[in-house]
Design a protein around this ligand. Structure first.
Ligand SMILES: Cc1ncc(COP(=O)(O)O)c(C=O)c1O
Length: 159
């Protein structure tokens, strides 16, 4: 672990920090071997072999025909909101990463914050309906901490 940090003081500080969430790190050697391959090929952007592999593997897991990888989730949310023709107001959870709101705001859409469920930390479906106005065009659910939000309830409200 130590080699990831500049100094042991920095490592100490991070050890004591109270993290909201931390990613799992998979097989380092496997990952680094892939990075070596990227550097050997000198193909760093635009439709390289690993992007294609990622898209086809994700499509297989998701059971869909097409997957298009994006540079980050913020841009993906912006593109999705444009593709869906969202405008006016969109209801989002009040507990999420701020990019959920930014991606909409940057498309000229007003994010409207719904309450969260204190147990799951996901959007509370009961709090959505009172927020619907004639300007509402969508609801964004977020799977906080990787725990799925109640998509069935949200979809039925949306319909
Ligand atoms: C729910 C959610 N949406 C969007 C983002 C933005 O992702 P990115 O940093 O890849 O743009 C994050 C990042 O943590 C997120 O947790």
């Amino acid at each position: 672990v130590k080699k990831d940090f500049q100094t042991s003081a920095e490592l100490e500080r991070l050890r004591d920090a109270l993290h909201v969430g931390r990613p799992n790190i998979g097989d380092r050697a496997k990952f680094l071997a892939r990075v070596e391959g990227i550097l050997d090929r000198r193909w760093l952007s635009n439709d390289g072999p690993l992007v294609r592999e990622f898209e086809s593997t994700a499509a297989g897991i998701l059971g869909v025909k097409h997957v298009v990888a994006m540079c980050n989730a913020t841009v993906a949310l912006e593109i999705a909101s444009r593709a869906l023709g969202l405008k006016g107001e969109v209801i989002i959870p009040s507990y999420t990463f701020i990019a959920t709101a930014h991606a909409l705001q940057w498309q000229g859409i007003t994010p409207v914050f719904a309450d969260m469920d204190p147990v799951t930390h996901n959007i509370d479906p009961d709090s959505i309906e009172p927020l619907i106005t004639p300007r509402t065009t969508g609801i964004v659910g977020v799977h906080v901490w990787g725990r799925a939000c109640d998509t069935d309830a949200i979809e039925s409200i949306a319909r």
